[in-house]
Design a protein around this ligand. Structure first.
Ligand SMILES: Nc1ncnc2c1ncn2[C@@H]1O[C@H](COP(=O)(O)OP(=O)(O)OP(=O)(O)O)[C@@H](O)[C@H]1O
Ligand SMILES: [Mg+2]
Length: 477
């Protein structure tokens, strides 16, 4: 293919040369007519179609073309494998890319791309024009760049109809992959953001590997589920409830999910939301491909009882005051705190927000799942409930790998037994494994952990003793 393009190029160049020489010999009135005929002849004899995408468009060539940028992104992913002349530019910082440089094809370089078995050719052209008007001290020339796409006439419909769309979609996906993630938080009715740079990854998360794999599969299925959600007529949203004791990795899991999905994170502080309508506005203003997390949902709203429970001391209006001054009923006034209600939250999750296109994940975390209103966490709202518990031996092995670069040690079996006999959170195990100074060796760290586990066991047995004594006294009384 490339060979035939080259040959065709040579033939065209020779023909163009002969043609221009010939035009010079012809008197001007005849030139236009000859030009018209020549265009017709070349149109029928040349089987290839060429499309140019200029870098700058608009009347004064001031606007950078989005199509050009997208093509550049798309080709930079393919060109580094094919093109022999590349140019390097500094990459934007991103969680998923460790390479500081991005390679793309150099000017006047060409590559061949394939789509549904059809080969197309891309050439990056640079034209340098003398710029007499330029006041720049550094450059006296105007550089114009464009990409030229060539393909056989018979594939026109597929290339124009599908391939170009494919290029734009792929470019979007590449940009998403390489972008900086953002962490949004809400204050004064608005979202503000900072760059999200959390190192948590599924590989470093200490939990049962089977459970981890199940969660990863679930996320992948969700990510690729655009058509599926359309087919079943459900909004492309998924809810996760993460519950378990403090320090078991719930917040770490949220960060790992954001990194894995390459989604922005919206940390929604419900107690800072004035009322249901503000909540609605905030949620509508979240972007597609994002995770909205409400940490410690049991503390954010009073969602701990039945929604219809009546207040014992006051007028029985079917509403109750929440822990943070947040109420559970509709329309109740509270001058001090947030007036977000459980039903308000449910309405937003199920209502308008669900109708916002694009994939979004909502996560609630809590230490007390049993206190939550079942309506809030029923399947369909919180589709997947993930329990976080105390450190198992499998989880310990991940932490030992993370913190000490250790696959096995003679103390591992002792630690395994101790972990079966007492409860310690991954946060505490991690704290004990962390070397306290640079000269502390692996063995010292493991011994620290063994001691901490033994101490925890002693405390457990003391608690049992006190409990038993209490029971005995109670029965005597
Ligand atoms: N499963 C885990 N895997 C790896 N590190 C963990 C895990 N659990 C806890 N840690 C470590 O302990 C620290 C605290 O964990 P994290 O904040 O995720 O706990 P949490 O479950 O969100 O607690 P809380 O309920 O108090 O919010 C983390 O910074 C992390 O270093
Ligand atoms: Mg947390």
């Amino acid at each position: 293919m490339l060979q035939s393009w080259r040959e065709l190029g040579k033939l065209m160049a020779t023909t163009m040369f002969v043609y221009t020489m010939f035009l010079r010999l012809v008197p001007p009135p005849l030139q236009n007519r000859i030009k018209r005929y020549f265009r017709k002849i070349t149109h029928y004899s040349n089987p290839y179609i060429r499309i140019k995408f200029h870098e700058f468009t608009g009347e004064d060539y001031f606007m950078r073309s989005e199509a050009y940028t997208a093509i550049q992104t798309y080709l930079s992913e393919h060109s580094s494998k094919q093109a022999s002349r590349l140019k390097a530019e500094e990459a934007k910082r991103s969680n998923n890319s460790n390479t500081p440089l991005v390679l793309s094809m150099d000017d006047n370089e060409e590559i061949v791309d394939e789509f549904e078995g059809i080969k197309v050719q891309w050439i990056s052209h640079k034209i340098t024009q003398k710029n007499t008007r330029s006041l720049s001290l550094y450059s006296s020339a105007d550089e114009k760049r464009y990409y030229k796409l060539s393909f056989h006439r018979i594939h026109k419909d597929i290339i124009v109809g599908c391939y170009l769309n494919h290029v734009l979609e792929e470019a979007k996906a590449i940009e998403m992959k390489n972008r900086e993630l953002k962490l949004y938080s809400n204050s004064k009715k608005k979202w503000s953001h900072i760059v999200f740079e959390h190192p948590a990854r599924f590989e470093t998360l200490a939990m049962d590997p089977r459970k981890k794999e199940e969660i990863v599969k679930d996320l992948v299925k969700f990510k690729n589920g655009r058509e599926y959600y359309k087919k079943i007529g459900k909004a492309w949203k998924r809810g996760y409830l993460l519950y378990g004791p403090p320090g078991t990795g719930k917040s770490t899991m949220v960060a790992a999910m954001a990194n894995f999905m390459n989604y922005d994170l919206y940390d929604l502080e419900l107690t800072a939301v004035k009322d249901n309508s503000e909540l609605r506005k905030l949620l509508i203003n979240t972007a597609s491909k994002s995770i909205i997390v409400i940490e410690d949902i049991d503390c954010s709203l009073d969602l701990t009882g039945q929604r219809k429970k009546k207040r014992e001391n006051g007028k029985n209006d079917g509403k109750e005051e929440g822990k943070g001054g947040v109420r559970r009923g509709e329309g109740e006034e509270d001058e001090k705190g947030s007036k977000v209600t459980l039903s308000g939250l449910l309405n937003v999750i199920d209502g308008i927000w669900s109708a916002c296109g694009g994939e979004r994940i909502m996560i609630f975390t809590t230490n007390f799942v049993e206190k939550l209103d079942p309506a809030l966490i029923r399947r369909g709202r919180m589709d997947k409930h993930i329990e976080f518990s105390y450190c198992s031996y499998e989880a310990f092995k991940v932490l030992a790998r993370n913190y000490l670069d250790l696959e096995y040690h003679d103390l591992f079996p002792t630690i395994e037994k101790l972990l079966e006999m007492t409860n310690m959170t991954p946060a505490d195990v991690a704290e004990n494994l962390m070397p306290k100074s640079l000269d502390v060796g692996v063995e010292t760290c493991l011994c620290n952990l063994v001691q901490a586990l033994e101490k925890s066991m002693e405390e457990d047995s003391k608690k049992v003793e006190i409990h038993e004594k209490g029971n005995i006294q109670f029965t005597r009384e």
